[in-house]
Design a binder for this molecule. Sequence first.
Ligand SMILES: Cc1ncc(COP(=O)(O)O)c(C=O)c1O
Length: 460
Amino acid sequence: MHTPVGANSSWQQRSLRSIWHPCTQMQRAAAVPPLPIARGEGPWLIDHEGQRYFDATSSWWVNLFGHADARINAALKDQLDRLPHVMLAGCTHAPAVELAERLSALTDGVLGHCFFASDGASAVEIALKMSFHHWRNRGRSDKREFVCLRQGYHGETLGALAVTDVAVFRDAYDPLLMRAHQVMSPDTRQAGPGETAVDVAARAAAELQALFESRHEHIAALIIEPLVQGAAGMAMHDAAYLRTVRALCDRYQVSLIADEIAVGCGRTGTFFACEQAGIWPDFVCLSKGISGGTLPLSLVMTRDEIYEVFLDDDVARGFLHSHSYTGNALACRAALAVLDRFEQDDVLQRNRQRAAALSLALAPLQHDPRVEHFRQRGMIWAFDVREPFVGERFAERFHLAGRARELLIRPIGRTVYLMPPYVLDDELAVWLAQRVTATLDAVADTENAHADRTSEPSTA
Ligand SMILES: Cc1ncc(COP(=O)(O)O)c(C=O)c1O
C-alpha cells in the first residue's frame, strides 16, 4: 500500500487544529503530538506511514483480544445488518438479554439484574445513585454518604470524581464535588518493616471499621477498585482486604460497590476480581474490556433483593436513570463475542501461561537498581522507577522513548506498567520485556541519575 511520507504529520496537524484531546495538556501537544493511527492488527497499532506500535496498555485498558479481532468483528457485522440500536426503555433485544443472563450466570446468579449504560463513569454514577435510592426506598434516606479509598479512581463525571482521589484530575473541580469520606488505601507498597500485604490490608480495614462505627447510619455505600487501583499507578492489595470489607459492609449495613471497570474481564486472573476473595459485592460496575475495545458499553450488576426494593406502584420509587445509548445492541453483541472467546479459548487458563512467560522475561527488572515495587497480578505488571532516576517529565519522556522502540506505553507518574491484550505469545513476551528495558535504559540511565529532582504528576 502506498504510504506517503508526511502523512503522519498532516493528520497530526489537522488533529491539533480541530480536536481537544482527552486527558491532555494541549500546550504539550506540539512536543508530544498524537500518534496518527491508521489501523490496528492484533496487539499492533499502525500509523499512516506504516510504523507499528505494540499496544502495551490495551488502549486505555479496553482491548482484550487485539485490534480488529476477526470473531468480534464478524459478530458486529452480523448485528449491524439486523439491529444496530433500539432504546432499552419500553423495548428489549436479544444481545442485551443474553448478555445480562450470561454475566449473571458468571456470578452464580448472585447478581441477578443488570442495568446498562455506556462509559465507565456513567456506571459509577448509576451504582452510587442506585445504592442511595435503594436505602431511601427502604426508609433509610439518612444513608446518603459515600466512602472511597485514597488513591482511588472512578471516572471524570462529577459524581465519579467526588469518589476519586487523584489530585491531577480532581483538584480543579473540588469546589463542585459532593463530600465523600476517604479511607486508607490497602496499597501493599505502604508496608512498613516486617509488615506483610495482609498486615497492610488489616490496617486499612481497621480505619474503615472506625469510620463505619461512627457514621454507618449515614453511609450508603463504599466504592472500591478490587485488587488493583489502576489510575493510582497499579497499586495492588491483598484479597484479604476484600473479605474484611465485605464483612464490615454486612455488619454495618453499607452497600459494597466493586468498580471492576478496569480490573474485570479477566484482567487480574479471574473473570471478576472479587472472585479471588470469594466474595460478591452488592453492585459490580463493568466497562472497558467487556466490549473488547470496540464500542462504549458499561453496566451495573446488582442483587435481586436490591432490584426488588425499587418495585412499586409509585413511578418515582423506580430507578429512572437513562442514557440514549443504554444497552446499545452492537456493543452488547460485541460483549457476547467477548464472552464466547472466554468460553471457547479457555482465556483465563491461557492467560496464566502468558503471565508466566512475561513475568519470566521481566524478571531481571525485579533486581534492577533503578526499579522498586515490581508487582504483578494476572495480566497487569507494574514497577516504580526510583526517584533519583526519574527526572523531569518522566512519563512523557518514557512514552516518547517507547514510541521510538515500537511501544505505545504511558507511565503514570514514575510507575511504568504493562496491561497488554490477551494475545501475547512467548516470543512477543521476550520482545516486550526487551523493549521496556531498552526504553528504561534510554530514560533512566544510571549515568543520568537525577539526585534531587521530583517527578511531575502524570496522566494514565
Ligand atoms: C476503575 C475505573 N473506574 C472508572 C473509570 C471510568 O471509565 P470511563 O473512562 O469509561 O468513564 C475508569 C477509567 O479508567 C477506571 O479505571
